[in-house]
Ligand binder design. Structure first.
Ligand code: NAD
Ligand code: DAU
Length: 356
């Protein structure tokens, strides 16, 4: 079996769902269930013995050591993090605690476990660290996309905390020999995305008749990847990634934010036209820019393609259409996330929170 951290979040939940759909191997899912953790996203796994959910903190060394000893996973896939840049600007404490201290404690617990494993489990063991392109900083308009050798120049408290965690993972390999691989991925979008992030926020605000808040001039560029393509890249790296290496993951899809918002409005105009016949684009509102806002990210994912044969399956056109349709088809998930009822849902569904 494998141990996944943060498997009730956006990417982690998609990863666990896809993993179990494609593969019979059980998953222990350790998640603290912060505001971003939502067991409702994993509702389809209820009663599935291959999914063992444990509510807890990656920084709880005794808990993690106990899980490793009990379940003896062959790999750890580490998603758990505080992930929202804007929240990190308002307060960085949780980012430092989880992304840095939490990753450190997780690495130590895993090192203790791995060091005591007999062969061949010891050699086969993997720790996959899920990270972000934001560690590389911001690109000039005509600069080449980030490769794995680009220097780290993180600009937000979030990206600085992720960069620190990447360095810890690297050091635990270099110094202690821990068998690690790291992925640095660009912006994801898709089902179960918490509507504090650009794409889901625009969809749910548009449908609610609310303003669509575009920061600054809306010309900041992000490189968007459908979440299930990120999950397939992680599976590929877990299987065949070279130890101690980092792999960039991206969708070759750079777009300015305003263009993303216009595409979403166009899809909604087609799939769920406004009652008054006007375009959702009328709701676009330019607002104050994010402090320290990175201007451009772009990922060069050729190493992953060359070494491991990975390519994204979705184009942005296919992925964003699926995503908008998913939000239209899941009004209850959206409603529960917005009202906070997903927390009560967990209570009602599982009795004690987390005992799925
Ligand atoms: P998310 O915020 O949706 O989910 C994070 C999950 O981690 C939540 O379920 C939360 O409850 C859990 N968690 C938080 N602190 C924890 C702790 N101390 N112990 C245990 N669980 C804890 O995040 P996401 O967007 O799914 O991102 C997952 C990972 O992928 C993060 O490491 C992030 O840095 C990275 N990443 C995200 C993107 C993206 O576009 N969203 C892109 C590249 C990399
Ligand atoms: O690049 C990978 C990163 O992508 C991940 O590491 C982060 O965890 C993830 O949150 C994401 O970070 P961003 O800051 O790029 O994503 P966000 O969806 O918050 O914003 C995307 C862009 O849209 C960014 O330029 C800010 C802008 N934006 C965002 C919001 C929420 C707006 O213009 N208006 C908004 O309301």
């Amino acid at each position: 079996m494998i141990l996944v951290t943060g498997g009730a979040g956006f990417i982690g939940a998609n990863f666990v769902l896809d993993w179990l759909a494609l593969n019979g191997e059980p998953v222990v899912n350790l998640d603290k269930l912060t505001y971003a953790g939502n067991l409702e996203s994993l509702a389809s796994l209820q009663g599935d013995a291959r999914h063992i959910f444990v509510q807890g903190d990656i920084g709880d060394s005794a808990l993690v050591a106990g899980l490793l000893a009990t379940h003896r996973p062959r790999a750890v896939v580490h998603f758990a993090a505080e992930s929202h840049v804007d929240r990190s600007i308002h307060g960085a404490e949780d980012f430092i605690q989880t992304n840095i201290v939490g990753t450190f404690r997780l690495l130590e617990a895993v090192r203790g476990h791995w060091g005591a494993l007999p062969e061949p489990e010891r050699t086969g063991f993997r720790f996959l660290h899920v990270s972000t392109d934001e560690v590389y900083g911001s690109l000039a308009p005509d600069a080449p996309a980030f490769t794995e050798t680009h220097g780290f120049e993180p600009n937000s408290p979030y990206s600085a905390s992720k960069a620190a965690s990447d360095h810890l993972v690297r050091a635990w390999h270099h110094t202690h020999g821990l068998p690690v691989v790291t992925t640095n991925c660009s912006n994801n979008y898709g089902p179960y995305h918490f509507p504090e992030k650009l794409i889901p926020l625009m969809i749910v605000n548009a449908l609610a008749g609310k303003p669509l808040p575009v920061y600054g001039d809306g010309m900041q560029v992000r490189d968007w990847l459908y979440v299930k393509d990120h999950c397939s890249a992680i599976r590929r790296v877990l299987q065949d990634g070279r130890l101690g290496e980092t792999y960039n993951v991206g969708g070759w899809n750079e777009q300015p934010n305003i263009e993303i918002v216009r595409i979403i409005c166009g899809l909604l105009d087609e799939l769920r036209p406004r009652a008054d016949g006007a375009s959702y684009a009328q709701q676009i509102t330019y607002v104050k820019d994010r402090p320290g806002h990175d201007r451009r990210y772009a990922i060069d994912a050729r190493k992953l393609e060359r070494e491991l044969g990975w390519k994204p399956a979705e184009t942005f056109a296919t992925g964003i259409r699926k995503t908008v349709q998913w939000y239209l088809d899941h009004p209850e998930w959206v409603e529960n996330v917005q009202s906070g009822n997903y927390r009560q849902w967990v209570q009602a569904q599982y009795g004690t929170p987390g005992a799925a």
